[in-house]
Design a binder for this molecule. Structure first.
Ligand code: PEP
Ligand code: MG
Length: 756
């Protein structure tokens, strides 16, 4: 086939040679603009680069007054150049001076040029500068010339991105791309991470920007597009439950895009202009993203992110980049920056190199966040624009406490955070030492500190945190990170792994607690509810779908053969639910023993206390079960009528308020009266001040996230329990001076130097 654009190809070949020559950056730029001008038969070619102060500075010119280089400047939005940068779109004018935005810069001597073609220098949809050609004659540049200039601009974007021009900047007038920026979003998981950016979505590198043989590249593109289409068709045809509903719509959209002739034509055109297939995908995507930047229609924005995702899949196909290659090239302090990400994708990265995760989208409850939390990785989310501002290898700080990220931080900020990380590490060292100490109050009362878990990735924490066992294993997490219902065998395998990892330490499995905010996209039976928190969830749902519960119970019984099985039911509202569940369990036990299965040595059945109705039948409850576990997250939500996920209300009511503490005391007393063990496994157990209160109220076993065990144990070993009990005797029914309980507890701890 005839090469339709030999001009651009020759130019790109020249540029490749120039990039390889050992030149000073200014000289390289000067030669680039000279070559572009001569190749495009233009009298002028100029490059403007965007600075951090939103000013476009002339960096190189062929044809304009050379003394204006680094002096001539335009604000973003000012003049033709500023308009191109602000809109991220090219301008092609035969009579530039007639354009309303035209601004004359006397130092450049450009008044004699009539025709003007300017294109934005783009990278990942973000404008880094503007490249312009001008002619004296009034002419309209052809489409292939616009395309050629855009392709050339891409090479310049690479030069800017790799830091090549950094030496040409003056102090205080740095390039926009290297500007330190901070983003404020939301904290999805605590912790602070310092490291270097790893963009989750691949971005091309300069070494594979230019092609040697465009026909061969077009063939590669077609082959990859072919496999991409096949994989989408395959997913659609498999008709897996996971791909029904919304998932299916997304895939249908992908299929449509993958066959979109406009997209494919633009890709091929970019290759024929001299780019590799990878660079062509990046270029077309970057142009499209820049053009859609100002789009407000949420539907179109959503489609754009589908398109992005598709382009990334195509890039991965072309680069043949599997998870292993990703792992090998990872820095040892990787901070993954992604628009969005699946839970399984995070698990592809080696844990020992991960220092943090930054997401543009996502929610605290998204699956990737659940997994990151289980792995103890700081996560900051809702960081709009972070992906296009970040470059692979940039220094970055993730502050998971505040929900802030700092990209390319100034040295003093970096030093402050490094100190914070060192401080945390020293504290961790203290906690590690504490593991060897008995888990007792200062006056020798034993308190079991257990951890909450839910995935296989949590298990190593059992030993690391020094937990006495797993007080809450949230079995629904396996269901939430999967794309279809986990099969019985997969459930059994996980439960067995958990028990093996616990090495005889107690583990309490909670039956699947879905519904409310825990949604399974593939669960077809889910219903629309006005009040999901009060709706069809947890034990209510599983009693109505006994097949689900039966499969799980059978898997649990089999996995616990020869060991103790502790099982608890979430969201119990009335005692009848416990007996119904017990019937199902008994039936499964009978079934397994009939087939001579190895059964658990003992089976303990407990109920979670999360619904206030149980507070008015505490003695009956204690008699109906082997143990009770207070789910303080839900119990607080229902006692105070406050949605646990509503950030507007999160600081309004105090979990240590007198009425709630009185409720907690009644539960502990009822447990003691009936000799029924009571534990608590909500977030309340993980804060040293509230853990202290719980112990004072009579709790001798509490379960929390693994990271909390150290701080809670540091408090525990300094706590004189007899004094705290006396404190509650005096204050629980009549708080001193009418002060809030939290303040009184804080003062109690301060007076005795108890670390909180
Ligand atoms: C709770 O409600 O306190 C609890 C431990 O369960 P979850 O947070 O999983 O609802
Ligand atoms: Mg709960």
């Amino acid at each position: 086939m005839r090469d339709t654009a030999s001009g651009p190809r020759v130019l790109l070949k020249r540029l490749r040679e120039l990039m390889q020559e050992p030149l000073e950056p200014q000289e390289r730029l000067d030669r680039i603009v000279r070559d572009i001008a001569s190749n495009m038969v233009a009298e002028v070619c100029s490059l403007y680069v965007l600075r951090a102060d939103s000013v476009l500075e002339l960096y190189a010119t062929e044809g304009l007054n050379p003394n204006a280089v680094h002096l001539a400047q335009l604000r973003l939005g000012q003049g033709l150049v500023g308009t191109i940068a602000a809109s991220a779109r090219p301008l092609n004018l035969s009579n530039a001076q007639e354009h309303p935005a035209f601004a004359y810069l006397p130092e450049t001597g450009e008044e004699i040029y009539n025709s003007f073609l300017g294109v934005p220098v783009l990278r990942a949809g973000r404008t880094l500068g503007v490249l312009v050609v001008q002619n004296k004659t009034m002419r309209h540049y052809r489409d292939d010339e616009v395309e050629a200039l855009e392709t050339t601009a891409m090479v310049i974007a690479e030069m800017i991105a790799t830091g090549d021009l950094a030496r040409l900047t003056r102090p205080g007038l740095e390039l926009d791309l290297r500007r330190p920026v901070s983003f404020t979003g939301l904290s999805f998981n605590e912790g602070v991470g310092l490291g270097h950016v790893v963009l989750h979505e691949p971005r091309i590198v300069v070494t594979n920007l230019f092609n040697e043989d465009s026909e061969e590249e077009v063939r590669r593109l077609q082959a990859s597009l072919g496999s991409l289409r096949l994989s989408i068709d395959d997913m659609l045809e498999r008709r897996e439950v996971a791909f029904e509903g919304e998932h299916r719509e997304v895939l249908e959209a992908y299929r449509m895009f993958a066959n979109d002739s406009g997209w494919v034509r633009r890709l091929e055109e970019a290759i024929r202009n001299g780019l590799t297939a990878e660079a062509a995908v990046e270029k077309v995507q970057s142009d499209m993203r820049a053009r859609m930047l100002h789009m407000t229609d949420p539907y179109l924005r959503e489609r754009m992110s589908d398109f992005d995702d598709l382009a990334n899949r195509l890039l991965r196909q072309l680069m043949g980049r599997g998870p292993e290659d990703v792992a090998a090239s990872l820095p040892k302090d990787a901070i993954i920056v992604a628009r969005s990400m699946g839970a399984a994708e995070l698990l592809d990265y080696p844990r020992d190199k991960l220092r943090g995760v930054v997401l543009e989208d996502g929610a605290a409850t998204s699956h990737v966040v659940i997994v990151a939390r289980a792995m103890g990785i700081p996560v900051a989310g809702q960081m709009k624009g972070a992906v296009s501002m970040a470059e692979n290898g940039d220094a970055i700080i993730v502050d998971g406490e505040e929900g802030i990220i700092h990209l390319r931080p100034q040295p003093d900020l970096e030093a402050a955070y490094a100190e914070k990380v060192r401080f945390r590490a020293r504290r961790q060292e203290v906690y590690r030492e504490l593991r060897k100490k008995p888990s007792m109050t200062k006056d020798g009362v034993q308190v079991d500190l257990l951890m909450n878990a839910g995935l296989a990735v949590d298990l190593p924490q059992l030993a690391e945190a020094g937990a006495a066992g797993i007080g809450l294993f949230r079995t629904e997490l396996q269901f939430m990170v999967a794309s279809t219902f986990p099969r019985a065998e997969a459930q059994e395998r996980l439960y067995r792994d958990v028990l093996d990892a616990a090495r005889g330490k107690p583990v309490t499995f909670r039956t699947i607690d879905i519904g409310g905010d825990k949604v399974l996209p593939y669960f077809k039976g889910a219903i629309q509810e006005e009040n999901p928190a009060l709706g069809w969830r947890a034990i209510r749902l599983t009693l109505d779908r006994p097949g689900l519960l039966r499969t799980q119970i059978r898997a649990l019984l089999k996995a616990s053969g020869g060991r103790e099985l502790k099982l608890m039911l979430p969201m119990v509202t009335e005692l009848g639910e416990i007996s119904q569940a017990r019937e199902i369990i008994d039936r499964e036990v009978r079934h397994l023993s009939r087939f001579a299965h190895h059964l658990p040595t003992s089976l303990k059945l407990g109920a979670m206390l999360e619904v206030p109705s149980l507070l008015f039948q505490l003695d009956e409850l204690m008699k109906a079960v082997d143990f009770v576990s207070v789910g303080s997250n839900d119990l607080f939500q229902f006692v105070m009528a406050v949605d646990r996920g509503n950030t507007q209300l999160s600081d309004r009511f105090d979990t240590l308020s007198t009425p709630f503490l009185r409720v907690l005391k009644q539960i502990a007393d009822a447990g003691a009266r009936n000799h029924t063990p009571v534990t608590l496994c909500g977030e309340l157990a993980g804060k040293p001040i509230s853990a202290m209160a719980l112990i004072g109220l009579g709790y001798r076993s509490i379960s929390m996230s693994p990271a909390s065990i150290g701080p809670v144990k540091a408090m525990l070993t300094e706590l004189p329990l007899d004094e705290l009990q006396a404190f509650f005797d005096d204050n629980l029914m009549a708080p001193a001076h009418g002060l809030p309980m939290r303040a009184l507890l804080q003062a109690f701890a301060d007076d005795r130097s108890i670390p909180l």
